[in-house]
Design a protein around this ligand. Structure first.
Ligand code: SF4
Length: 186
């Protein structure tokens, strides 16, 4: 893998995805034919030193769980292009788990779910939040009326903070069941 190939593709895919693609290409012997397509050029010295001119560093946090580890996002023209750990973050102190290290790929994924969707006649359709919440409420009420509150289980999220866990527990109790747990235990 040459530096210029990596830098050119890095603008479109995250580092982890690129490494996966490289491994597959090597395994199937694609590397030499890929390199001979003239699809790439050598990076200039300036591009190697500064591949994303005009970019800025935005301090953010990983949203995969409620620990909230620090992430430094390098953003160019509104696009997240590279990621670093935040060494000075008071909680994570420059550390990440594998989910946080992959945050850029998750945010930029083409299959990322951004809106409520429903499958009708075999096709996924976008619906409004009001419609989605209405559908869920109708289904929950129907389960409670027809099969009783213990026909359901409430499963909390690792993203919940203390207050969210508190009111989620209250919601299950209001619904009438003790069937409540947390996905991180499972
Ligand atoms: S998922 Fe991992 S990196 Fe992200 S906040 Fe939780 S512990 Fe930190």
């Amino acid at each position: 893998m040459s530096v210029n190939t990596y830098e050119t593709l890095n603008a479109k895919v995250g580092r982890r995805s690129f490494l996966k693609m490289s491994a597959i290409a090597t395994a199937f012997g694609f590397t030499s034919s890929f390199a001979s397509t003239n699809a790439t050029r050598s990076a200039t010295e300036e591009e190697i030193k500064n591949p994303f001119p005009g970019s800025k560093i935005v301090k953010s946090i990983c949203t995969a769980c409620s620990v909230g580890c620090g992430v430094l996002a390098e953003v160019q023209n509104g696009v997240w292009v590279r990621q670093e750990v935040a060494q000075d973050h008071p909680v994570s102190l420059g550390g990440h788990c594998c989910k946080g290290a992959d945050m850029i790929d998750m945010v930029r994924s083409e299959v990322r779910l951004k809106h409520p969707m429903v499958k009708r006649a075999g096709k996924w359709q976008r619906i409004s939040w009001d419609e989605a919440l209405g559908n869920i409420a109708t289904k929950l009420e129907s389960l409670r009326q027809n099969d009783g509150p213990d026909s359901t289980m409430f499963l909390g999220s690792a993203k919940f903070n203390t207050e969210q866990s508190y009111y989620y527990r209250k919601f299950a109790a209001m619904f009438g069941t003790n069937n409540i747990d947390h996905q991180a235990r499972i």
